[in-house]
Design a protein around this ligand. Structure first.
Ligand SMILES: C[S@@+](CC[C@H](N)C(=O)[O-])C[C@H]1O[C@@H](n2cnc3c(N)ncnc32)[C@H](O)[C@@H]1O
Length: 184
């Protein structure tokens, strides 16, 4: 992560209010997830971290943007949930995640194949990874931070993949991918 990239995210959070609703994937799976400790990777405005804290998880929420974390912290305080969330400003790409501690890890709209082994290591036995992002749209384009078809699936085959979805036809508008995988 370069200073320019961090500045980009800070600028974006100054200009635009990030979403407050949790991801549909997390909302859909929340009742099936193991209780305990959760990690929200690249938390942004904290929508998923706050949702998890509201469901009694002790949450670590990590992001590189101090502006995003500021918004997330304020939202958590407004909801009386700040004591359940540890906000960490750090670069996910070289963050040293503790091993085998998280019962749930959520990655929502953050691309990283490099950091993925660290997320998997950080899952406790029985822990569940929920990952949603976008595929590279058709054509060459310059979406550097998007997955190619099956990238995420291939990279998580050492977990038990209980759900994996890509669009039947990948178009500019249909690129969403969703993964739910458990560390047995
Ligand atoms: C598209 S936003 C998603 C935010 C949140 N997960 C959500 O779904 O609302 C991507 C987030 O990734 C963060 N980010 C980008 N690169 C990062 C890095 N190397 N380490 C930590 N956070 C990073 C940005 O600051 C931004 O908050």
């Amino acid at each position: 992560m370069t200073d320019d990239e961090r500045a980009h995210w800070n600028e974006r959070y100054r200009e635009r209010e990030p979403p407050t609703e949790p991801s549909d994937l997390l909302r859909e799976w929340i009742d099936d997830l193991p209780e305990g400790r959760a990690l929200d990777v690249a938390t942004g405005g904290g929508r998923n971290a706050i949702f998890l804290a509201g469901h009694d998880y002790a949450v670590d929420a990590i992001d590189v943007s101090e502006e995003g974390l500021g918004i997330a912290r304020e939202r958590a305080e407004d909801r009386g949930l700040s004591e359940r969330i540890e906000f960490v400003r750090s670069d996910v790409e070289d963050h040293d995640f503790p091993a085998a501690v998280y019962d749930v890890i959520v990655v929502s709209h953050y691309y990283s194949l490099n950091a993925l082994p660290g997320f998997k290591r950080a899952l406790a036995p029985g822990g569940v990874l929920l990952y949603e992002h976008r595929l590279h749209p058709p054509g060459d384009g310059s979406h550097t931070f998007r997955f190619r078809p099956n990238d995420l699936l291939r990279a998580t085959l050492d977990l038990r993949v209980v759900r994996y979805e890509e669009p039947m036809e990948i178009t500019e508008d249909a690129t969403d991918i969703r993964l739910v995988a458990r560390k047995d």
